[in-house]
Design a protein around this ligand. Structure first.
Ligand code: AMP
Length: 287
């Protein structure tokens, strides 16, 4: 496994064999089984796998956790080696945002709601850095997690609108045994907060139960899920949504499919989760 912080080294390895296929897994590090599931899928579907580790300042608001975001490069590299990555790109801020930098990629529409409404500058940071990583690595396929569902909608839009020549693959959310979606930010939780954090998946699962039982009223679904979160004293709801998985617009009535999603503060830690209905493959068109 090659580890590099230069664009030249990435390009040299990428183009050693121009006909080889490459899978790319962008991450912010502090890796867990969710990230590793993406690397494994990329490993199975490509000749070579590149992972990137970069905590991108542009996707954090000034009030957010950029300076405290957990980091453990040695451990990350060991996990990536075990999972079969061939190349790890670990750029620094001076390389990604050199003096004079003034070009940003902005996706409109689908960034206005949910995470985009709560974190207005977030997706501009994400799409800018993802576009740069796509241009640097030029992967055959890129692997993203369902955990950040809106990020997959926004990135898919950018790929189509800017004609990036790659296949976009969304992998299912990996969860703890009690339902909590794996996240680098779970490390911030105290033991009582960690116990309370199951409230996100419990609320969403309640919505899925209701959908499976025939409930189609958007407000009824949102109210039922909100009630689950309201019953957890350590949780404070940021938003809760039952939306169209393609447009992310709130649904008055659920038709063929829905994306249930929520953001919840547990203490100072902001957690997000989502569940697609009837299934991930149904709402992402089989990818
Ligand atoms: P991050 O390091 O949080 O930027 O995440 C890097 C990639 O891993 C993103 O595509 C995430 O959606 C994905 N990811 C994070 N957590 C999970 C999870 N629990 N299951 C599946 N993928 C995940």
């Amino acid at each position: 496994m090659n580890v590099t912080n230069t664009i030249e080294a990435v390009r040299a390895m990428r183009w050693q064999n121009p006909t080889a296929t490459w899978g790319l897994v962008p991450t912010m590090g502090y890796l867990h089984e969710g990230h590793i599931s993406l690397v494994r899928r990329a490993r199975a579907e490509n000749d070579f796998v590149a992972a990137t580790i970069y905590v991108n300042p542009a996707q954090f608001a000034p009030t957010e956790d950029l300076s405290s975001y957990p980091r453990d490069l040695a451990r990350d590299l060991a996990l990536l080696q075990d999972a079969g990555a061939d190349l790890v790109f670990t750029p620094d801020n001076a390389l990604m945002y050199p003096a004079g930098f003034q070009t940003f990629v902005t996706v409109e529409g689908v960034t206005a709601v949910l995470e985009g409404a709560a974190r207005p500058t977030h997706f501009r940071g994400v799409t800018t850095i993802v576009a740069k990583l796509f241009n640097i690595v030029q992967p055959t396929r890129a692997y993203f997690g369902q955990k950040d569902f809106q990020q997959t909608v926004v990135t898919r839009r950018m790929i189509a609108d800017l004609n990036f020549n790659l296949e976009f693959i969304v992998c299912p959310t990996v969860r703890e045994a009690d339902g909590l979606a794996l996240s680098s930010r779970n490390t911030y939780l105290t033991p009582p907060q960690r116990a309370a954090a199951t409230v996100l998946s419990r609320a969403l699962a309640q919505g899925i139960v209701l959908l499976n039982a025939g409930e189609r009223d958007g407000d009824a679904l949102r109210q039922a899920m909100t009630a689950v979160i309201a019953a957890e004293p350590l949780a404070r709801l940021d938003y809760l949504s039952a939306a169209d998985p393609l447009t992310l617009a709130e649904l008055a009535q659920v038709g063929e499919m829905a994306l249930l999603s929520t953001a919840v503060f547990v203490g100072k830690t902001r957690l997000i989760d989502n569940m697609p209905w009837p299934s991930l493959t149904a709402v992402t068109g089989g990818q």
